[in-house]
Design a protein around this ligand. Structure first.
Ligand SMILES: [Cu+2]
Length: 165
């Protein structure tokens, strides 16, 4: 457990230092499709952003981080059932995107976690978010915010009810 926490902290330090490695914005090799985030209730500390990442290139890439003005810290998370309990964990190594493949970030699965929100995410608004890829560099996208009740997977709850374990 201590080892994992140490890794998580290193991940956060790297994420914090990431703007120093900012590269040219926009890249044809990764296409970001259907970005969205769920609206957050007043006072919420966390939110989540979802999208589909389509790797158009012939080489594997990796989502290594994200940044946005709306939250102090952004992390790449995975939700999974551990011992019968739905939990989420940070992908400190990033999220691999296979050559020519797509990876879907969606409720109950991979997501961009927004930690320490600076203001609530309001339905109907959009906010800018920059994704950082190992090879494709930085790609900025506008994330539309959907109503709190939006549950594309038909599951109740979702991130709104998740607690950090
Ligand atoms: Cu999360």
């Amino acid at each position: 457990m201590r080892f994992f926490l140490t890794l998580a902290c290193v991940g956060m330090l790297i994420a914090a230092a990431c703007p120093a490695f900012a590269q040219a914005t926009g890249s044809p090799s990764i296409e970001v499709e259907k970005p969205w985030a769920r609206a957050t209730p007043a006072g919420a500390q966390t939110g989540a952003a979802y999208m589909t990442l389509d790797n158009k290139s012939g080489s594997a890439d990796r989502l290594t981080g994200a940044s946005s003005d709306v939250a102090a810290t952004l992390q790449i998370h995975e939700m999974a059932v551990v011992n019968g309990v739905m939990q989420m964990r940070q992908l400190v190594e990033g999220l691999p995107i296979p050559a020519g493949g797509t990876v879907e970030l969606k409720p109950g699965s991979y997501h961009i976690m927004l930690l320490r929100l600076k203001k609530p995410l309001t339905a109907g608004e959009t906010f800018p978010l920059t994704l950082t890829f190992e090879k494709a560099g930085n790609i900025s996208v506008a994330i539309p915010v959907q109503a709190l009740s939006a549950t594309p997977e038909g599951k109740p709850g979702g991130m709104g009810n998740m607690e950090m374990k």
